[in-house]
Design a protein around this ligand. Structure first.
Ligand SMILES: Cc1cc2nc3c(=O)[nH]c(=O)nc-3n(C[C@H](O)[C@H](O)[C@H](O)COP(=O)(O)O)c2cc1C
Length: 182
């Protein structure tokens, strides 16, 4: 029996149907066509605290703060691929996503080697490349190959839905999914 490929997508935006979500929807459609199972979790509206460096996770095997981060760790362990997506805030990923990813990667101890990672960023105008690099660093310290596309994975738009007009950005998202090999 063929294995079903699973992808977990984490959207750091607080806007449920914002431009970051729009970029992820492009990918979700291609994944569905390819029979890839995808779960998207929107975390941007949640109060996710940062890592407090207590190292309690070394003993517990999970974060001492039992919130969405531990739920995501369970999903991440089962997934073959992870997409992290963020709106650009001050040329960086948004703070909620960074708090989430610091704790997720630090506190979870399952083998992440060869799970495929991809980052998606969304900005009105500037800071996409810096944010893209920032997010890819979680993968490249974890033995995770990074899926690439025909451009650095970004869409442009300010108000929710504006990225609909960024045809090249949306195409980059679709290409990213097409070249995704597991
Ligand atoms: C606090 C804050 C900081 C922002 N900083 C930037 C920035 O540095 N560069 C930029 O191009 N857009 C910036 N933006 C605009 C957002 O990136 C843009 O509105 C984007 O579409 C938001 O994505 P979303 O709809 O998925 O939330 C900022 C928005 C906010 C709220």
């Amino acid at each position: 029996m063929e294995k079903t490929i699973k992808v977990l997508m984490i959207n750091g935006s607080p806007r449920a149907e914002g431009n970051t979500a729009l970029a992820l929807h492009e990918m979700e459609r291609v994944f569905a066509e390819q029979g890839i199972q995808v779960e998207t979790v929107q975390i941007g509206g949640q109060a996710i605290r940062g890592c407090v460096a207590c190292n309690g996770c070394a003993k517990l095997g999970k974060c001492v703060y039992d919130d969405i981060v531990n739920e995501l760790a369970v999903k991440f362990e089962k997934a073959d691929g992870l997409v992290v997506a963020s709106p650009v805030y001050y040329a960086s990923a948004n703070a909620t996503l960074i708090a989430c990813l610091d704790r997720l990667f630090y506190s979870s101890h399952f083998d992440k080697t060869m799970k495929v990672g991809a980052s998606v960023v969304c900005a009105r105008r500037g800071g996409c490349s810096a944010t893209f690099d920032e997010l890819n660093k979680y993968f490249t310290i974890s033995g995770m190959p990074v899926a690439s596309s025909q451009y650095w994975n970004s869409v442009h738009g300010r108000t929710p839905g504006e990225a609909e007009g960024d045809g090249e950005g949306r195409q980059t998202m679709r290409t990213l999914r097409e070249i995704w090999h597991f």
